[in-house]
Write a protein of this length. Structure first.
Lengths: 346, 606
């Protein structure tokens, strides 16, 4: 079998070689050279440019039609709604610029494809035009910058809400841990050298950590209350990405980073949202094809900074509860208390 | 002044006509093809090395695209290529997936689009287009190539070691890249990556200094700065960016080497890994990110500017029109070059960097959109009322303008820190930079190869194969990268081995399949280019003196590779490079060596 393939390959090479020889010999007799550009080349490629434009735009709209409804649902946080609005305005703007600029480019490429006996117009510069396409983008960008920075400042301002709930997100290869402050509302201090003794490297000499609550796999937050996240990492950089809330911040070893948001829809409410229902229908349809169990919508925390071999599977479920449900859930969680014994010797 | 310097060089280098013949006789195989100091040969060495590297990096991308479209599916050729260790049963290993992503990015950004693109065209075009006998220092130029070659070899050798190559992403953020316990790729593979990059930077600096000196000092008589073709302006600004930013990468890499090998704590602090706490205290990975992106962002323009320069030249020549707004083009390139140094923080909005600092970077980054818009509109206006000659180079140049716009507009979203929050590090970013930087630069490189192939190899590339190559590549390129925006809108993070561990991504399988199918067709289409390239190199039709009726000086040199480029005296330049279809002229082009007629104005006035 291998021999046959080998013989076939050799024959193919010989055939191609002979063919090339014929082409090479025949071109000696031709007046025009293969590489020379003829008017029909120009016409052909000009038409191709126009065709491409239509195909490209059709492809664009086909994708929007088919895949835009796979996008994340509308934001489930107060600041996220603002981001969504800003996103939409920017998106409309860039789609218009994208369509017009590409459209003009391909149209000119078609319209001015070279013809015999015509001469291009000698036009070297025009200061008015240059000014126009310097000033117009500058003005548009000024608006983009002003609105962008206004929201950015609001989003990244330090939390001042006295009623806020502080949660620590602790990242390590390859899972997440959430820590709640407990009754005293103070997160116990940490010491990375003590990771061997407890999950998140809590300082065993600090009694304020005694009532802290540590959860894995899923964590709960109350709706309509400001959640302030303090993020830490044990080993490498991770990124806490909570796409449904339009929230993301890196977790950096040696630092505590922060992000805050106010969730405005409980998990239960989100599951009844019409967009989410159609989104989940699509997901479950795809799962059925692969003979997998249907799933319900859940908020999720994923790692969005390359962190090692299992980076692709570093996740935690987020449940947004009503205040009442949240209080019931948190009351059932056990405090860490591993620290008590050591504090006495201090 | 420029002329005096040239005369000195001629004298010192025995490069005038009477000696040229003697030199050729004394040349051995080694001095001609291996340790050549001739800019034309070095240019070809860079190009062919880059083509080899590009094929390797492209093949890698196909391997990981297969995994993304059909996770868990068994492919015999994956096992055949990677062996049982990395491709057991034909399924890509997660560590190898990250390694492939990392090395694909590294090779494409540095070896193909920096070393390959600048190395090829700066070497070929700078002496030719400014009217010089050769580079200012042929010896440094030779060293530049051989450091590049050594660096390529070290990078490729890391593919064959026990724990595999570097795999922390091409940005190699510590602590992941600093700690061998963190991943296999951070063992010997990362050491080799760092050695390779250090060699690469040496190569880049030797080349860059040479480019700048040659352009500033060896211009022939009459070649004022404002008569230089835009290719030369682009290459000059690129070289300056490289000289200013690459040394920062050296320090960045050096500190990482210290952290890895000498126990320092520049980037490391409070780490508990492999079951024990590390002693390192007080360092910060954010410092690394600052240093890395201080190179990393100018690097984007180091990749892009030569491509923009090439397309300026090709679009003007083949529209048979002057480039629209020559001085505005120079101004916008200078503005882009300057701004590229003060925008690096937009890669770091969410790293824990002070958000106020982020605001400053939002402002500077969005400013770059202005000169970029000027460039795009100037290209389009150059086509307006032109008489477009569709060479394959022209097709690729128009492709470049399209991808520059399409990828550029999403940059407006990503530069806005508020909007970046939710698409940072997702496929939206992957789509953005592949289109605006990857596609534009590689289209520019293809345009350059097709356009200057006659000067590189004295033969012509096949036109029809060029057309086929362009259209397949262009369609597939958008087919690969456009759908990725929608993955980003659905929140899919980049560098995930598979999306199948999250039910929320289960409805996106068809997007990944379409992307991969386009990628495979696109990759196979490059076979057409490779055939055309290597076949034409040996068997293509002999190139005439000036196949594209171009104005620039390189087309006045004989169609032979001779030492010193011009057999007699160096040409004298009398006009700018863009007198195409000038009213009153006999032909639709006037080479730069033609004196101005009485009453004729230079520089586009008429």
């Amino acid at each position: 079998m291998k021999l046959l393939i080998l013989i076939g390959l050799v024959l193919l090479i010989i055939a191609v070689h002979q063919l090339m020889r014929v082409i090479e010999l025949s071109r000696e007799f031709k007046k025009s050279k293969e590489w020379q550009i003829t008017e029909s080349d120009n016409t052909f490629n000009g038409k191709m440019m126009l065709t491409f434009m239509f195909v490209f735009f059709a492809f664009f709209f086909w994708q929007v039609d088919r895949w835009n409804d796979n996008s994340l649902p509308g934001a489930a946080s107060v600041h996220g709604l603002k981001i969504d609005t800003l996103w939409d305005y920017n998106m409309y703007l860039i789609v218009v610029v994208f369509l017009i600029t590409n459209g003009v480019l391909f149209y000119f490429a078609y319209k001015y494809s070279g013809k015999k006996d015509t001469k291009a117009t000698f036009l070297a510069h025009d200061n008015r035009l240059e000014m126009a396409w310097t000033i117009v983008p500058a003005v548009v960008l000024a608006f983009i910058i002003i609105f962008g920075l206004k929201y950015w400042n609001e989003i990244t301002d330090r939390s001042t809400d006295p009623n806020k709930l502080t949660i620590e997100l602790y990242a390590k290869q390859f899972d997440w841990t959430a820590r709640y402050a407990g009754k005293d509302k103070v997160l116990g201090s940490t010491d990375y050298r003590q990771c061997a003794f407890n999950a998140v490297g809590m300082d065993s000499t600090d009694a304020t950590g005694n009532d802290d609550i540590i959860v894995k796999n899923e964590f709960h937050i109350p709706v309509n209350r400001e959640i302030e996240f303090k993020m830490r990492s044990r080993d490498v950089i991770h990124s806490a990405y909570m796409p449904h809330f339009r929230a993301q911040m890196n977790c950096v070893p040696g630092m505590v980073t922060e992000f805050k948001f106010i969730p405005n829809k409980t998990t239960a409410e989100m599951r009844k949202d019409p967009y989410v229902i159609q989104l989940m229908a699509g997901i479950n349809k795809a799962r059925a094809l692969r003979k997998e169990e249907p799933v319900e919508f859940d908020y999720i925390l994923l790692c969005n900074k390359i962190c090692g071999a299992s980076h692709y599977n570093m996740q935690m479920t987020i449940i947004v509860d009503t205040e009442k449900d949240y209080n019931a859930w948190i009351a059932k969680q056990k405090a860490v208390k591993t620290i008590a014994a050591k504090t006495e010797s201090h | 002044m420029a002329h005096d310097h040239t005369a000195t060089l001629e004298h010192a280098g025995h490069h005038d006509h009477s000696h040229a013949h003697d030199d050729e006789h004394h040349e051995s195989f080694v001095s001609k093809y291996v340790f050549s100091m001739d800019h034309k040969m070095i240019s070809r060495q860079f190009l062919i090395t880059a083509v080899v590297m590009a094929v390797i990096a492209m093949t890698m991308s196909i391997l990981f695209r297969m995994q993304l479209a059909w996770p868990g599916e068994k492919f015999g050729f994956i096992n055949a290529m990677l062996g049982d260790k990395w491709g057991k049963d034909g399924i890509l290993n997660p560590n190898m997936y990250l390694a492939l992503v990392t090395i694909h990015g590294t090779i494409m950004v540095f070896f193909v689009l920096t070393g390959g693109l600048s190395g090829t065209f700066a070497n070929l075009l700078i002496p030719y287009q400014v009217g010089a006998r050769d580079m200012a220092s042929g010896f440094l130029n030779m060293l530049s190539y051989w450091f590049f070659f050594a660096s390529s070899c070290v990078m490729l050798s890391s593919l064959f070691i026990e724990h595999g190559p570097a795999s922390g992403g091409w940005t190699i953020y510590p602590p992941l890249s600093a700690l061998p316990e963190a991943m296999d790729g951070s063992k010997l593979g990362m050491t080799l990556w760092l050695i390779s990059m250090t060699l690469f930077i040496v190569s880049s600096l030797l080349g860059g200094i040479n480019y700048v000196v040659t352009i500033l000092n060896l211009r022939t008589k009459g070649m004022t700065m404002t008569r230089m073709p835009l290719t030369i302006w682009a290459l000059l600004i690129t070289a300056i960016l490289g000289i200013l930013s690459f040394p920062v990468l050296v320090s960045c890499v050096l500190l990482l080497i210290c952290d890895r090998s000498l126990g320092t704590s520049f980037y490391l602090s409070d780490i508990y890994i492999g079951g024990r706490p590390l002693d390192n205290v007080g360092g910060s990975p954010v410092l690394f990110e600052h240093l890395f992106w201080f190179l990393g962002h100018p690097e984007v323009y180091i990749v892009l500017l030569p491509a923009l320069g090439i397309s300026s030249e090709v679009i003007s020549t083949n529209s048979r029109k002057p480039i629209f707004g020559y001085r505005a083009m120079i101004g916008s390139m200078l503005a882009i070059g300057f701004l590229s140094f003060i925008v690096w923080g937009h890669h770091m909005f969410l790293t824990g960097m002070n958000p106020f600092l982020g605001s400053v970077f939002v402002f500077t980054t969005l400013l770059i959109a202005i000169p970029s818009a000027v460039k795009a509109f100037n290209y389009i206006t150059t086509l307006w009322k032109g008489n477009i000659q569709y060479t394959p180079a022209m097709l690729f140049s128009i492709g470049l303008v399209s991808s520059f716009v399409t990828g550029g507009v999403t940059g407006i979203i990503l530069a806005d820190s508020t909007l970046d929050i939710n698409v940072h590090d997702t496929y939206f970013v992957v789509a953005h930079f592949h289109i605006v930087m990857g596609l534009s630069a590689i289209f520019g490189m293809f345009a350059g190869v097709y356009h200057w192939f006659p000067k590189l190899f004295l033969r012509m590339m096949g036109k029809k194969l060029g057309y086929l190559h362009f259209w397949l590549t262009f369609v597939c390129a958008y087919g690969v990268f456009f759908p990725m925006h929608f993955l980003g809108l659905a929140g899919v993070p980049r560098r995930y081995y598979t999306n199948s561990n999250f039910p929320m991504f289960d409805n996106l399988v068809d997007i990944n399949e379409i992307v991969t199918i386009f990628a495979i067709i696109g990759a196979l289409s490059q076979g057409i280019f490779l055939f055309n390239f290597f076949y034409s190199m040996f068997r293509g039709e002999k190139a005439p003196q000036n196949p594209w009726n171009s104005n620039t000086l390189e087309w006045t040199t004989p169609m032979a590779h001779i030492h010193g480029n011009w057999p007699g005296a160096l040409p004298t330049v009398h006009r700018w490079a863009y007198d195409y279809s000038k009213p009153g002229a006999e032909h639709d082009f006037i080479p730069q060596t033609v004196p101005l007629a009485e009453g004729e104005h230079d520089g586009g006035a008429h």
